[in-house]
Design a protein around this ligand. Structure first.
Ligand code: PLP
Length: 403
């Protein structure tokens, strides 16, 4: 007789994951008349995937598709190794580049290959929330290092050093950063990598926004020490291909057997249709990427100008497609977002990304200039009326927090 399902302990790990603070706002926005709310909360390009990419995928699907090698099509991995060599100067064999179901699955692959319960992983705060979710799913412990507005959201390598213990296994860096838009300078990246290597800690460098940079250069952390650094990339943001789910990771040779086996266990292989699309994207040249980058830059300039006129101090983002907006010191960004959405503008609360940006909002540039302008009108009217949400101060400001 089948045993009754009673909610066993085995579901507890997934159950304990925190809910998404961005999703809460999305769900609320979806209940409203679409014409009444400027949606600036989501981190997804508003562009269509370029036509030549879609066509290549279509043709591949018509020709017949199936499983590929677990690490991805050899032809695609050869193209990726070429790209990495051109961009970073590091020569990988195609077998050391693993195709994944987006950047998120590249993270999950690396963590499944490396982490044991109780290991510590250093993560930025604020950061893309999925890092911590995945770390927790692996029974490991996220240890946050702060990205302070006063420091331009650039981490202090010495603070990172002070957080390393004998249980630290992995350190995650992300440049250009989500949600900060900060592009880390080469000296900082080098210092961070060197500190990690000195302490026998591996580095996962999340560079999924590496082609959406307005000032500065990609982190290119693999070039500093390819034996200890893994580079994480994605087609999602660069080519407006979020829905195709293709990313990849470049890893040291010694990790190859583990990554191949784990990828087989996790996904067997990424959709061949999507891999064909990725090849077309790489072969298609830089024009479509350049056009999208220019649109993001124009939108960023628009937001920065309007906020400067309103006297709101911020760090101008140098990459990705987000702008962080400080509230009144100590104001609860979640409550601010809940109010703002009813006023017709949806934004992401800084609290969705950790503790440090508790009193900041993230505005996404992935909407038309018209929508961004409308959202800014509403945000700035609220900001002026409330003093940047001064009535929402009350929660204790986290120890590491600032505004
Ligand atoms: C910093 C960062 N890394 C990775 C990802 C993963 O994106 P995808 O799985 O679509 O490649 C995202 C998505 O928002 C991100 O912001």
């Amino acid at each position: 007789m089948a045993r009754p399902v009673t909610g066993p302990a085995s579901v507890a790990v997934g159950d304990q994951l925190p809910g998404s603070g961005i999703r809460e706002i999305v769900n609320l926005a979806l209940t409203l008349d679409p014409a009444s709310v400027a949606r600036l909360e989501i981190g997804e390009p508003d562009f269509r995937t370029p036509g030549h990419i879609v066509e290549a995928a279509h043709l591949r699907a018509l020709a017949g598709v199936g499983y590929t090698q677990s690490a991805g099509l050899a032809e695609l991995r050869a193209l990726l190794a070429e790209r990495i060599l051109a961009v970073s100067g590091v020569a990988y064999e195609p077998d050391d580049v693993i195709v994944t179901a987006g950047g998120v699955q590249a993270c999950s692959l690396v963590m499944s290959a490396l982490l044991s319960p109780g290991d510590e992983v250093l993560v930025p705060d604020p950061a893309w929330p999925n890092y911590e979710m995945l770390i927790q799913l692996h029974g490991a412990i996220p240890v946050r290092y702060p990205l302070l507005l006063s420091a331009g959201y650039v981490p202090d390598p010495e603070v990172i050093r002070s957080l390393i213990t004998d249980r630290t296994k992995l350190l995650i860096v992300n440049s250009p950063g989500n949600p900060t838009g900060a592009v880390l300078d080469q000296t900082t990246i080098r210092q961070i990598v060197e500190i990690a290597v000195e302490n026998d800690v591996l580095v996962l460098s999340d560079e999924v926004y590496d082609e959406i940079i307005f000032a500065g250069t990609p982190a290119n952390a693999i070039a500093i020490d390819p034996e200890h650094v893994m580079g994480l990339y994605s087609f999602s943001k660069t080519y407006a291909m979020t829905g195709w789910r293709v990313g990849y990771v470049a890893a040291p040779r010694w990790l190859r057997p583990a990554l191949w086996k784990v990828q087989e266990a996790l996904v067997s292989s990424v959709s061949e249709v999507s891999q064909a699309a990725a090849m077309a994207a790489l072969r298609g040249g830089p024009a479509s990427v350049a056009a999208m980058r220019e649109s993001y830059r124009i939108r960023r300039d628009l937001v920065v100008r309007r906020l400067a006129v309103a006297g709101i101090p911020l760090k101008e983002p140098e990459g990705a497609f987000y702008v962080m907006i400080p509230l009144s010191p100590g104001a609860d960004s979640r409550l601010a977002c809940l109010e703002l959405v009813t006023e017709g503008v949806a934004l992401a609360p800084g609290s969705a990304f950790g503790d440090v940006a508790f009193d900041q909002l993230r505005l996404s540039l992935s909407a038309s200039e018209e929508t961004i302008s409308l959202g800014l009108d509403r945000l700035l009217a609220w900001y002026e009326r409330t003093g940047g949400g001064a009535h929402l101060v009350g929660e204790p400001v986290p120890a590491t927090g600032e505004h």
